[in-house]
Design a protein around this ligand. Sequence first.
Ligand code: 5GP
Length: 181
Amino acid sequence: MGKLFVISGSSGVGKGTLLKLFLSRNPEFKLSVSCTTRTPRDGEVHGINYFYLSQDEFQKLIDNNEFLEWAEFSGNRYGTQKAYVEKKLSEGKNLILELDTIGALNVKKIMPEAKLIFILPPSFDELEARLRGRHTETEDAIQKRLNSTKAEIERSTQYDYRIVNDDLDKAVEELENIMCS
Ligand code: 5GP
């Protein structure tokens, strides 16, 4: 059986870059692909970044009890399919779920062996600057994300590990110490 890790951190925290570097150095780990109702950002691909579903398609999966967990975040729905996680773990893959904090804490209740890791920004101001610098979202969407961030950082006190991402190489080494030991 593979090992299960859940990584969270508000968007703009550099979690994507950090995970990409970790995965390139540790190919025995696999990033889980979630379902979402949000529209793809530029460059995102169906089946690689997410499975992009309509509201109806997502609702059907909820009704059929096919999600390990799902949550509403910033006006969109995100969910992890049970069968997908079970298959990857039984194939011996170490699986990483990238979830919001509610989803992560729900997974921990169902699968207590999962290790929860939270990526913190060096500071809140820094996070705001990174979000704005990305130019991918409207002001309203940015405000929503900043509000969710405060709640997420509070919930992260219940995580197994917290890593501050102020230096990419150091943060990746910390991840490796936790996940590869
Ligand atoms: P984004 O829209 O920036 O890709 O993701 C927004 C938030 O949704 C992030 O905090 C991300 O970790 C979370 N997320 C992505 N997939 C899932 C999922 O399957 N379940 C839950 N609960 N959250 C998810």
